[in-house]
Design a protein around this ligand. Structure first.
Ligand code: PBG
Length: 349
């Protein structure tokens, strides 16, 4: 049937099969035009919501691509400074650098993490010197530095030692704070690390350094490309299920967040992002604290690879996925798309 025939049939009074519906409310009315959709929009993604995670590498090359994250490169310190300048021009509030550590410097207890002249510390101080106004949020965890790829100290019988690891994390946090980090983001999931790091920072005169806790961090398959980027995929022995959370759990995430807030976390994070939007929403609804989500490497790769294969519209999928975090109640998102989104938003303004 043609549209015209359909119209004639349904407007005919004799035709009882297609009556005009008598509806007081038609939600489609508010969607009829762009002006109206903009007017009733409940959540808006802005550049102020973005934290840009980037990867660092030592050596002569300015950039080295990450094969499983098309469009993302590991950056030399000089190149990271240039990107920080670009991020500041775009209005991105903060960066979250992660290091690819020379395998020769990795050992079972991650000693290099405590080296005040390590790649991270050099990059943080160079970035803060060149672009003091941008926030630098540094991960505290041992995985880039350990020969076995775990976030903590691994015993011969395969256990991760909690309290021994926390002591090292405190020294790592102090090295980062001394280099100029504005905020420490412990991503290791050891028990008690937020309080211990807070005490260590305060004791050393870093009372203004914030803590963004990776509070509800799950043992996820979506970290694959990140482990390529920092070179832990080949070396990781076993998995991280004895410290990262079981993806089946939700109430437990609230307990993790509650404890981290009590220990002094200024902001909390849920990670990964999209598969855990329910957790984001519960955390924000329950505690009302600054809540962030990490759209992790595997989420980035899924969108970017699907877009490059022509399966989806990459830009729309990027904005849609990030807007979903806002809808779930997040105050901001760590995303590898940050510079692209900021560029798009600036062009649209
Ligand atoms: C490790 C750490 C991971 C990520 C951030 N910090 C990976 C892991 O726990 O193995 C993942 C980020 C991403 O996948 O983008 N402390």
């Amino acid at each position: 049937m043609t549209i015209r025939a359909l119209r004639e049939t349904s407007s005919s009074a004799k035709n009882a099969a297609a009556p005009k519906l008598d509806l007081a409310t038609r939600l489609r009315r508010n969607r009829k035009a762009d002006w109206s959709r903009r007017l009733v929009r409940e959540n808006v993604l802005t550049t102020n919501d973005l934290i840009w995670p980037l990867f660092l590498i030592d050596g002569a090359e300015p950039r080295r691509p990450v094969a499983t994250m098309p469009g993302v490169d590991r950056l030399s310190v000089d190149e990271a400074v240039r990107e920080a300048e670009r991020a500041a021009r775009l209005g991105i509030p903060a960066l979250a650098p992660f290091p690819y550590v020379d395998p020769a410097l990795r050992d079972p207890v991650g000693s290099e993490a405590e080296n005040h002249r390590n790649l991270m510390c050099r990059a943080v101080s160079a970035i803060k010197k060149a672009v003091p106004e941008i926030g630098v949020i540094t991960d505290a965890a041992l995985d880039p530095y350990t020969s076995h790829g775990h976030d903590g100290v691994l015993t011969e019988d395969g256990r991760i030692l909690n309290d021994e690891t926390v002591a090292i994390l405190c020294r790592q946090a102090l090295a980062l704070a001394e280099a100029g980090a504005d905020c420490i983001a412990p991503s290791d999931m050891m028990d008690g690390r937020i309080g211990a790091i807070r005490t260590a920072l305060d004791g050393a005169g870093f009372g203004d350094v914030q803590i963004m806790s990776y509070a509800a961090k799950y043992a996820s398959a979506f970290y694959g490309p990140f482990r390529d980027a920092i070179g832990t995929k080949q070396t990781l022995i076993g998995d991280k299920r004895t410290y990262q959370m079981d993806p089946a759990n939700s109430d437990e995430a609230l307990r993790e967040v509650e404890i981290d807030i009590a220990e002094g976390a200024d902001m909390v994070m849920v990670k990964p992002g999209l598969p855990y939007l329910d957790i984001c929403q519960r955390v924000k609804d329950t505690f009302g604290v600054p809540t962030f989500a990490y759209q992790v490497s595997g989420e980035y790769a899924m969108i970017e690879m699907a877009a490059r294969a022509g399966a989806i519209d990459g830009e729309r999928a990027m904005i849609e996925s990030l807007t979903a975090f806002k809808r779930a109640g997040c105050d901001g998102i760590l995303t590898y798309f940050a510079p692209r989104v900021a560029g798009m938003l600036a062009a649209a303004a």
